[in-house]
Write a protein that binds this ligand. Structure first.
Ligand SMILES: [Zn+2]
Length: 490
């Protein structure tokens, strides 16, 4: 249960002592907005989203009628409160590929298509090995004098991108390209364990498949006739984001807040991320479309997050430099009611451990303050916060890459809670934070109501705070100091 909201004002007032801003007002506003977001209201949204999934084959995934119904639910709720709601259509290239059927001199070679490869109903051509080693196939000079026109070219992996190798081979007239892996690891079928991508923005002209390193070496010594059949290509699909902004507050200092509206195809997506949607939506409904605030609040419900944060990425790509500068910060909420809940704030002050690969993420100035604001909130709610790494796994990623300070809360995913965390929060050590992650069982029955209430109110607290005050020790850069990186549209 939430037990400390009455004390919230006091705690936060102490935390900002020394700041000249009119914090008591900000504080009271954020606190009141937080209290207006109730577990019952959020549960009502979750029940609705679950009913939508139940009525549409058990999910609300990208490209499905369940997703469209989710868009309608959120958009209608916002419109009923006086918001102007945009649901811009996004055309999305979705790569698909089956296992290639590759035979050379009558022997089947286990292979793996590269993402965004084109397909072929079946072609038979001589195999022509291109020089081996570093940079193999990166330059047209590598093809000098070889009879590659209409042939299946063979190059080694490495040095330049797959897209460059593909473009070079296609320019020489090759009918298809085989890339021999540079590592020995293979999967159960004997195909290279690691895949690769030609890139969503590449105009791919010929089929490109990866073959095992050993097979590449063998084929170089005895080139023969190659036969390739591959069902692959790109499908065009559509999705929508839902975007709504308050009619009040500075439009040059926008507080943006988002959650993803799609589920995975495997389940109804109630914790992931119906919980974020319910909290952000209820915050919008309680705030209203024309509140007395200093900074405009823009609410976003993202499409196709589970396909690789596509909706949020495309949104940021659609903004020019000035429009990006107008966004003061972005708050992201993805999974707020995990059954075995943790209490995390995105690690904007980089106080937590580095990423698993040892890297320290690049986090825009201002993110540290957001982390402190939300960490203070959780502390006040009786749940000491731990750090969520900025590991690129949710919709904040494209915002931070564009230079926009970001933060947010979460209750944990498929990872196990450790002993220290279990003691801290009263959960079960050795069990995943969300045992239902990306499963059919991600339902309302498994939502942790205590976590949902604290975190949902945290959404409103963060929004309310920054809607009134972007300054102070936990503030973000003023507009004139904002650096932004325009992301080229795909
Ligand atoms: Zn999610």
């Amino acid at each position: 249960m939430v037990r400390t909201f009455l004390a919230l004002s006091t705690v936060l007032a102490v935390s900002v002592t020394g700041c000249s801003q009119s914090t008591p007002t900000v504080d009271r506003f954020a606190d009141d907005l937080a209290k207006s977001v109730t577990i019952d209201a959020m549960t009502g949204h979750l029940a609705k989203l679950e009913a939508i999934a139940d009525a549409h084959g058990g999910n609300r995934a990208f490209g499905t009628p369940g997703y469209d119904a989710s868009v309608d639910y959120v958009a209608n709720a916002l419109r009923a409160k006086g918001f102007d709601v945009a649901t811009p259509d996004l055309e999305i290239k979705v790569a698909y590929n089956e296992t290639p059927e590759l035979t050379i001199a009558g022997t089947r070679i286990p292979a793996r298509a590269l993402e965004y490869s084109t397909g072929t109903p079946g072609l038979t051509s001589p195999l022509v090995p291109i020089r081996a080693g570093a940079g193999s196939g990166c330059n047209s000079a590598d093809y000098g004098g070889l009879p590659v026109k209409g042939a299946v070219a063979l190059v080694d992996r490495g040095t330049c991108s797959f897209a460059i190798k593909e473009a070079t081979a296609a320019a020489q007239g090759a009918a298809a390209l085989l890339v021999a892996d540079d590592k020995d690891d293979v999967d159960d079928a004997g195909a290279p364990a690691r895949s690769g991508t030609l890139g969503a923005k590449t105009a791919v002209q010929i089929p490109v498949v990866l073959i095992p390193k050993a097979a590449g070496a063998r084929l170089r010594s005895a080139p023969a006739l190659a036969t390739l059949k591959l069902d692959a290509g790109v499908r065009i699909q559509h999705t929508r984001n839902v975007i709504a902004q308050t009619k009040t507050g500075s439009v040059h200092d926008v507080v943006m807040v988002g959650a993803h509206l799609d589920s995975v195809p495997e389940g109804p997506g109630i914790n992931d991320d119906g919980s974020g949607v319910a909290a952000v939506l209820e915050t919008a409904l309680q705030l209203g479309s024309a509140p007395a605030i200093n900074n405009a609040v823009r609410f976003a419900f993202w499409g196709a997050e589970e396909e690789g944060t596509i909706g949020s990425t495309r949104y940021v790509e659609s903004l020019d430099f000035e429009a990006l500068k107008d966004i003061a910060l972005y708050l992201n909420f993805d999974m707020l009611g995990s059954e075995n809940a943790g209490y995390f704030s995105y690690d904007g002050d980089l106080s937590g451990p580095p990423l698993p690969d040892g890297a320290v993420p690049r986090i825009p100035e201002g993110s540290a303050g957001i982390d402190r604001t939300l960490t203070n909130y959780l502390h006040s709610a009786g749940k000491p916060a731990r750090d969520y790494p900025f590991n690129g796994r949710s919709d904040y990623d494209t915002f931070t890459k564009a230079g926009i300070p970001a933060g947010g809360l979460g209750t944990g995913d498929e990872e196990n809670m450790n002993d220290e965390q279990a003691r801290l929060w009263g959960g079960i050590a050795g069990k995943p934070f969300d045992p239902n992650y990306h499963k059919k069982t991600d339902t309302l029955a498994h939502i942790n109501r205590t976590a949902m209430e604290i975190m949902g109110r945290g959404v409103a607290f963060g929004v309310g705070w920054y809607a009134q005050d972007l300054g102070g020790r936990n503030g973000v850069p003023v507009r004139g100091d904002r650096t932004r990186h325009v992301v080229a549209a795909s």
